[in-house]
Design a protein around this ligand. Structure first.
Ligand SMILES: [Zn+2]
Length: 482
């Protein structure tokens, strides 16, 4: 962190473009599927041919309302589409259909988990509006090409108030937003495929000042890490400019991840005057109140509500609740493990270590990487019943990830059943004590520390499968009996 932290504070607002999970584009029937050969998902509408008319995809409206309700926005009963005019090769019509003065969703907020278990933080939203995506320029060594597959793909733009103060908080906001979009099945939030993109407006001002400094807009950040690094760099850069007695210039800057700096965009790469005007080819967007109510009724439980439930009802820590709820499928897996188990904490730890490790190491989706949740639950139930040890459960789980066999079969095949038979354990204890008469005498003479040595020896004799609680009881009895 900077030496000027006490003197300045950063003011950050984020604009996120999220691609909506529809099968077809926003104003035509072309597929939105990612990765098809260039210009195979195009038609006269999305390639901007003259004389064609756009037709609005109703599914887009439902998904955007779902996001708006989740973010506590007010849903406008009446909004309109506008033309945003600019000239660029990836924009075949010469304008983008967007929403300007009357967005679909206004106000609202995103609630972030509190830092270090503190109170949740609210980041207010300005608006959420609908728009179409542009195509993609591809620059080859000797020519430039345009792929219109992405042209007309539906987007929501989610614009925050400048309520964010640190790069870490910007990262937390984006993670929460992405998590919500995925819980809601509104967007897949895939940053690598460009379906979740972020621009940041960053300015600095003297700490305590009520007025905003001059901002720079940063583009081209395609991971959470890039966003945090780019904002941190930009804050330092602007503080240096101010400390040198100069003025920050309002401009658009690009993040260069290889050099770790932001640099100004050439002025020709963006235009200031979009000459917005209402789109004459589309009727106003009228939202029936019943549609909003229907969507409200069908809303799934969101990450913030789950976090609250995990801490208040299950007694998990804020950290555990946060890790478990970031991805809906992880959270669902955890909950599906619970029936029959009495210890929520152990199940939470199991998901955070064994399950997430198996997912990360295999590089596969949860469903393919680990056994069904009920089998993981069955394994933990055996630990609770002292049928197997926790270590044995880990061994079994790793095997189940590979074989796909159930818990019962795996534990039997690997011979992991724990021996709780007192007679067998007593016999092993007798043998160990008889083999170590000197140490037994020392223990009886007051060297309590030696107890662990005896436990280890008995466990070793029983191939690591004896129930440690029974070993402890029997050994203590035998050693004190003399
Ligand atoms: Zn099309």
């Amino acid at each position: 962190m900077s030496a000027h932290d006490d003197k300045y504070e950063a003011v950050i607002g984020l604009e996120v473009h999220a691609q909506l999970l529809t099968r077809s584009k926003i104003f035509c029937g072309c597929s939105t599927e990612f990765g098809a050969p260039p210009n195979t998902h195009v038609c006269p509408v999305c390639s901007g041919m003259p004389g064609v008319l756009p037709v609005f995809n109703r599914r887009v409206l439902e998904l955007a309302i779902r996001m708006g309700l989740a973010a506590h926005c007010s849903i406008a009963p009446y909004s309109i589409f506008d033309r945003k005019n600019y000239f660029y090769p990836d924009l075949p019509k010469g304008y983008q259909i967007s929403q300007y003065e009357t967005p679909l969703c206004k106000g609202g907020y995103i609630e972030l988990p509190g830092e270090d278990g503190g109170a949740p933080v609210r980041i207010r939203l300005v608006r959420i509006h609908l728009e179409e995506d542009a195509g993609k320029n591809i620059h080859a060594p000797d020519c430039s090409l345009v792929d219109f597959n992405r042209s007309g793909v539906p987007l929501t733009e989610i614009v925050s108030e400048p309520d964010i103060r640190t790069p870490e908080q910007a990262g937390a906001y984006l993670r929460e937003l992405r998590s919500m979009l995925r819980y809601l099945e509104v967007s897949d939030g895939n940053m690598e495929e460009g379906s979740f993109r972020c621009d940041a407006n960053v300015s600095v001002r003297p700490r305590g000042s009520g007025t905003l400094g001059v901002k720079a807009e940063i583009k081209n950040m395609n991971s959470f890490r890039h966003v945090e690094h780019a904002i941190a760099y930009e804050i330092e850069r602007q503080i240096e400019v101010l400390e040198a007695g100069e003025r920050v210039v309002q401009e658009t800057r690009l993040w260069d991840p290889d050099r770790g700096v932001t640099r100004p965009m050439r002025s020709k790469e963006y235009a200031h005057d979009y000459r917005y005007f209402p789109e004459p080819d589309l009727p106003p967007l009228v939202v029936p109140p019943d549609l909003v109510e229907q969507i409200r009724i069908e809303m799934p439980e969101l990450p913030a509500a789950r976090r609250a439930r995990y801490t208040s009802e299950m007694g998990l820590s804020a950290y555990e609740a946060n890790v478990l709820t970031q991805e809906r499928e992880i959270s669902d897996y955890f909950e599906a493990m619970l029936p029959g188990l009495s210890n929520r904490k152990t199940a939470a730890n199991w998901v955070m270590t064994e399950v997430l490790r198996a997912v990360n190491e295999s590089g596969r989706a949860l469903g393919q990487a680990v056994p069904p949740a009920r089998e993981a639950g069955a394994l933990l139930k055996m630990v609770e019943d002292s049928t197997i040890s926790l270590n044995a459960a880990k061994t079994a789980f790793a095997a189940m990830c590979k074989s796909g066999k159930d818990a019962q079969t795996t534990v039997a095949e690997l011979g992991l059943l724990q021996v709780s038979d007192e007679a067998a354990i007593a016999a092993a204890c007798d043998q160990v004590i008889a083999a170590e008469p000197a140490k037994a005498a020392e223990y009886r003479g007051g060297r309590d520390k030696l107890f662990g040595f005896f436990v280890g020896q008995v466990m070793k004799k029983m191939g690591g499968k004896a129930n440690p609680r029974v070993i402890n009881e029997v050994l203590r009895r035998k050693l004190s009996a003399g």
